[in-house]
Design a protein around this ligand. Structure first.
Ligand code: BG6
Length: 496
């Protein structure tokens, strides 16, 4: 890694950051910690204000919640009295219920009285069924007009639950906001390591000649989690792993791996290239659900020495639920670069390790010259580790020390961040980008609809499932993965 001082980014203009859902989990776990980190790095203009739209709580109660949240989720921030006083001076509460017009007019009034900052960012950290109502309320209160400053709306995932609902949501939002004002968050695109993939691909010359069907056998993109469904079963029961992770995060990462070099690094150019990848993804037929995709659910098991319950025994999960907590899909991209190279995207909760990776598996050597006593050479694998320990690893073969030419596996490592160097959290990057008006790392309406369209036959085929395969929590014992990876050199790449 270079030792050049990092460029922390541009300071944003003074902005009113309005959070709908200001007492919710996302605000507590992600948004407030990101905002305070941005202040620490000098990335949030000190004249900005953070406005929470809050129902049924006093301003004092809300402030206490924010403070407690920061203590829990920003452990690196020393929140002494002086620090809290300076941060809380930026906070302001606007009371109201999302269903009432008066909330939005009250907000408009508050923004007017606060004066000074004409820019506004509206962050919808609320359940998706409220997106439309909130957008229409903002519009009716005259808060969408950009005559005096920018007005941008941030929409969280899930963006729809299928193609029809995603289309309806796009239509609803575009009734009130121009597409250029809408920022659909996919926090995977905000991860440093995901952006680093683009830099590795397009700032180095050695990868491009190899980056195609002539050298690559297949690609695996994975997110293995050790956490279970936690407190989110009400959402997850309707969603499952295919919707929750593959349609959104993993397909977005796939587009970055597979896209052609854009003509410039702008949101339009990058998103056009990603969109071309999605258009080239081979469509599934209903019968593919059985052989191009697989689903499984965690049974009870042990993680880090602790017994954990089966998915069906988690709170709010139906005891006969067939919702998948593991999903894997084998995609094909029908274009010149990728014809014949499977992209296997997989994700699971309650796996053995928390690891997320992009593994580029190269073709086998054409002929082995070396001794056969030892194991044959392993296929070369280039791994982009998204987390933890962000970085790049290349699995190679080397000579085993001694008087033979037996080979052994060797791993070349290039950690992304040196020890002690901070890797920005995805939400810091993404909030900063919204404030700068850079939509490169956000999903455009057509991308979201296209990816729903691609997975639709799988969703339909899985809809009426009554039973599902199981895997033991804390293991890699997922049935049928070997079948899904049939023909792929080296088989399933289980992260180490
Ligand atoms: C969210 C999913 O979008 O991403 C969660 O809804 C999942 O189910 C999470 O746990 C994973 O994110 P990360 O950044 O922890 O890998």
């Amino acid at each position: 890694m270079s030792t050049d001082a990092p460029n922390l980014g541009d300071v944003t203009e003074p902005t009113n950051i309005v959070i709908f859902g200001a007492t919710g989990d996302l605000t507590k776990r992600k948004l407030m910690p990101a905002l305070i980190a941005m202040i620490d790095c000098g990335l949030l203009h000190p004249d900005s204000r953070i406005i929470g739209v809050v129902n049924k709580r006093s301003e004092q109660e809300w402030l206490e919640l924010v403070r407690a949240g920061l203590q829990e989720f920003s452990p690196g921030v020393a929140m002494d009295e002086a620090r809290w006083q300076s941060f809380s001076a930026m906070l302001k509460m606007v009371p109201g219920d999302l269903a009432d017009d008066s909330t939005y007019t009250g907000l408009a009034g508050a923004l007017e009285t606060l004066g000074g900052r004409k820019n506004a960012l509206f962050y919808c950290a609320i359940p998706p069924e409220w997106y439309d109502r909130t957008a229409s309320g903002l519009h009716a209160a005259g808060l969408v007009d950009q005559a005096e400053g920018f007005r941008r709306i941030v929409i969280e995932k899930p963006f729809g639950m299928d193609l029809a609902s995603a289309r309806a949501l796009n239509k609803a939002l575009q009734r009130y906001f121009d597409e250029s004002q809408i920022y659909r968050i996919d926090h995977y695109l905000g991860k440093e390591s995901v952006q680093n993939l683009l830099v590795y691909r397009f700032a180095n010359s050695i990868l491009e000649p190899l980056w195609n069907r002539n050298y690559i056998d297949h690609i695996q993109i994975s997110v293995a989690e050790t956490l279970g469904v936690e407190y989110r079963a009400r959402y997850y029961e309707q969603s499952g792993a295919l919707r929750d992770m593959i349609q959104s995060h993993l397909m977005q990462v796939m587009t970055l791996v597979a896209m052609e070099p854009p003509v410039e690094f702008t949101d339009a150019a990058v998103r056009d290239e990603k969109m071309k990848v999605l258009r080239a993804v081979r469509r599934f037929r209903p019968e593919d659900a059985g052989c191009q995709a697989m689903a499984a659910q965690y049974a009870a098991g042990v993680i880090d020495g602790e017994q954990v319950p089966a998915y069906v025994a988690e709170p709010d999960v139906s005891p006969d639920s067939a919702t998948e907590t593991f999903a894997a899909v084998r995609f094909h991209i029908d274009n010149w670069r990728w014809q014949g190279v499977p992209f296997i995207l997989w994700t699971g909760k309650r796996m053995k390790k928390r690891v997320s990776e992009i593994a580029i598996r190269f073709r086998k050597i054409p002929f082995n010259l070396f001794d056969t006593h030892a194991k044959p050479p392993v296929p070369n694998t280039l791994v982009f580790r998204l987390h933890p320990d962000e970085g790049i690893f290349m699995r190679m073969n080397a000579k085993m020390p001694g008087l033979t030419t037996d080979t052994q596996r060797m791993v070349m490592r290039a950690p992304y961040a040196e020890d002690g160097m901070d890797v920005a959290e995805a939400y810091e990057t993404l909030l900063h980008d919204v404030l700068l008006g850079d939509a490169t790392l956000f999903s455009r309406a057509d991308e979201v609809e296209e990816s729903w369209e691609i997975v639709a036959p799988l969703l339909t085929a899985w809809e009426d499932r009554f039973s599902i395969e199981r895997y033991r929590a804390g293991s890699w014992d997922v049935p049928d993965m070997d079948e899904l990876l049939q023909g792929c050199v080296g088989g399933w790449h289980k992260p180490h």
